[in-house]
Write a protein that binds this ligand. Structure first.
Ligand SMILES: Nc1ncnc2c1ncn2[C@@H]1O[C@H](COP(=O)(O)OP(=O)(O)O)[C@@H](O)[C@H]1O
Ligand SMILES: [Mg+2]
Length: 241
């Protein structure tokens, strides 16, 4: 079975906000690069946080055929990485080296292996020589790349990105898109950046009010003016005539 993600009847309530996810059913297969789109508050981030077990809803989730439950979290998170919307949620150590080596250290790699891995991954994200810089001194674009490095270093089969281009300037945005494109892992991206979706994802899942309202080919969904309008979205300019 090549299902990466299998979700059956998933619902989620926050203590002060109910039905944020409302009976979600979903399967993602290996090799599909998938975008989750939908207006603010549609439930995209909440769904992704359930997929890596940070939030715990009602329903069934399997990742690579492994049941989502506390005892399996470590294996699941080794195989599926999560890049938070806000890099400050990912970077919490005194230096970039400490942050990027944190995961490999936890998974028992030797000191030599870790040094090699960190150097290599910092080069890949364009932060060569940043080992001993302090995360809070970096620009947003650099922080986002450092946050991706903390995930990439574990070589996960799947990487989930929550709003990777949000708040970046045009140059930083282009950089991140080019860079995400070059990553070999399967990509799952929650975003409002529909031009990026066109470039990176072959499948789009459109959410509204805790439900999946459309799921299919990227161009077909993004070019559907009525569907996009009804869900508070705009057809991206490169597709509108
Ligand atoms: N920690 C939280 N506590 C209570 N409500 C939340 C929390 N996080 C998100 N919500 C609410 O859940 C809904 C879905 O939010 P979210 O999953 O962040 O949507 P999206 O990522 O699509 O913008 C929104 O109404 C939001 O206000
Ligand atoms: Mg969100």
């Amino acid at each position: 079975m090549d299902d990466i993600i299998y979700i059956k009847n998933l619902s989620f309530d926050y203590p002060d906000k109910n039905k944020v996810l409302n009976h979600i059913n979903l399967t993602i297969k290996a090799g599909e690069d998938v975008a989750f789109i939908g207006r603010n508050g549609a439930g995209k981030s909440t769904l992704l946080l359930n997929i890596i077990g940070i939030l715990d809803g009602v329903g069934e989730i399997e990742i690579f055929g492994i049941k989502m439950k506390r005892g399996n979290l470590s294996e699941i998170r080794r195989r599926i990485g999560f890049v938070f919307q806000n890099p400050d949620d990912q970077l919490f150590m005194p230096t970039i080296f400490d942050d990027v080596s944190f995961g490999p250290l936890n998974f028992g790699f030797s000191k030599d292996e870790i040094e090699k891995k960190v150097k290599n991954v910092l080069k890949i994200v364009g932060l060569e020589g940043y080992d001993f810089r302090k995360p809070h001194h970096l620009s947003l674009g650099e922080k986002k790349r450092a946050a991706i490095a903390t995930i990439l270093v574990l070589e996960p089969e799947v990487i989930i990105f929550d709003e990777p281009t949000l708040a970046l300037d045009p140059g930083g945005r282009k950089n991140i898109i080019r860079f995400i494109k070059s990553i070999k892992s399967t990509k799952i991206i929650a975003t409002h950046d529909l031009e990026m979706v066109l470039e990176l994802c072959n499948r789009v899942i459109l959410m509204d009010d805790g439900k999946i309202v459309a799921d299919g080919n990227t161009k077909e969904i993004l070019a559907d003016g009525k569907l996009m309008n009804d869900t508070g979205m705009d057809v991206p300019s490169s597709l509108s005539v």
